[in-house]
Design a protein around this ligand. Sequence first.
Ligand code: V07
Length: 263
Amino acid sequence: MFNKLLKRNTDLVLENVDRSVLISNEEVPAHIAIIMDGNGRWAKKRSLPRVAGHREGMKTVRKVTKLANELGVSVLTLYAFSTENWKRPKIEVDFLMRLPEEFLTTFLPELIEENVRVEMMGYHQNLPMHTLKAIKKAKEATKDNTGLVLNFALNYGSRAEIVDAVKDIATQVAAGTLDICDINEDLISGGLMTKGLPEPDLLIRTSGEVRLSNFMLWQLAYTEFWFTETLWPDFNEDSLLEAIENYQKRNRRYGGLKGDEVK
Ligand code: V07
């Protein structure tokens, strides 16, 4: 473990000399989840169409992914499209559904090079075939990668996810294959789309909105929250480091208390 941390630190010092001094690598959050808000507002401020903000936001995804991987973060979950986003104008939804392909066409070779593994959580239902195809290709091309897991939440909604997990459990009880006494937190966690992933240590939401918007409600039970006024297209490496530094300060305040004591 220590060697791995040391190696991460060496990479970091080489690539981010000025900033890395501030990051103490033993407390880097293993899982960071981000609600990438403020793309439309960014565009409006510049009298550009909303979609220009979405495209600019994609560049931030690239920057944040690269740094998170360099820092040794294990999982980066990005809320790209919620089940509620279908209510937006069709023209905007159609544009958004092209972004996974656009992103992957541009960046998949680099992600492969950097040992990043692409994942998606969300309902395949309603997603266009071209979107699913691009993601499937990226998942396959990166499936053996051992670096950062870049987990896109796409057509994702947390309450629906919980309802599905409950239905599955109820079905097993009704079939007599599961005893009610054996229903516990681990069983429910295992029925969610984040099965197998650690729970987020740090949640970031950009653009000044201070709510969860149906994102990972179960998984965020013990997560530290960081809300920033910065709009997602303006969020950058320094913004991520600022969030992590703040997270580390909070962790340090717990002074070695672990597990239930901090919960
Ligand atoms: C989207 C750009 C970032 C700001 C938030 C909204 C707009 C990257 C992806 C993506 C998704 C899956 C995947 C690869 C890339 C994406 C949507 C919107 C729908 F496998 N950015 N981005 N998908 N935005």
